[in-house]
Design a protein around this ligand. Structure first.
Ligand code: ZN
Length: 167
């Protein structure tokens, strides 16, 4: 197992649509171990492969009921609405109230290649939608109201510039 640095806002891998996984190999199992270790260390409740620089359609999550993996996941059902202070390991230490469907159901494959579904309200529904978004190159910023998003992008760009100039 290995810890990976988490890619942050501005890294193009976060904007790319992740490649679907055709074959489940032992290297994919290693990737999952590394992703789980990185997620727990962060700590976070979900982590998508692009967040460690791997543009493949897989995420791991654990909202407290134990870890699970989804390969090539898609949201197949959603409903209701829930507003929650949402954050992202790739946009560290920032949270915004974001409204999304409160319920979501995702379908994909597990590490044995079997079809699995995960579904839930509130945190579970949120994590499923957030991680599937990552695999489509979408960050939580896309769900902010226009004005809030503009300000957030301005702040993040300024921060990135500050960091690169060493301040
Ligand atoms: Zn995220």
């Amino acid at each position: 197992m290995a810890l990976f640095p988490i890619r942050t806002f501005g890294d193009p891998v976060l904007r790319a649509v992740a490649e679907p996984i055709g074959e489940i190999t032992s290297s994919l199992e290693r990737l999952v171990d590394d992703m789980l270790e990185t997620m727990y260390d962060a700590p976070g409740v979900g982590l998508a492969a692009p967040q460690i620089g791997v543009s493949k359609a897989i995420f791991v999550a654990d909202i407290g009921d134990g870890p699970f993996v989804m390969i090539n996941p898609e949201i197949v059902e959603r409903g209701g609405e829930w507003t929650w202070e949402e954050g992202c390991l790739s946009v560290p230490e920032r949270f915004w109230p974001i409204s999304r469907p409160g319920f979501a159901k995702a379908r994909g494959l597990d590490l044995d290649g079997n079809e699995v579904t995960h579904e839930g309200e509130e945190l579970m529904g949120r994590v499923l939608q957030h991680e599937v978004d990552h695999l489509n190159g979408i960050l939580l910023l896309e769900h902010l109201p226009r004005r809030v998003k503009k300000q957030a992008l301005r702040d993040l760009r300024e921060e990135a510039l500050g960091m690169s100039s060493g301040s």
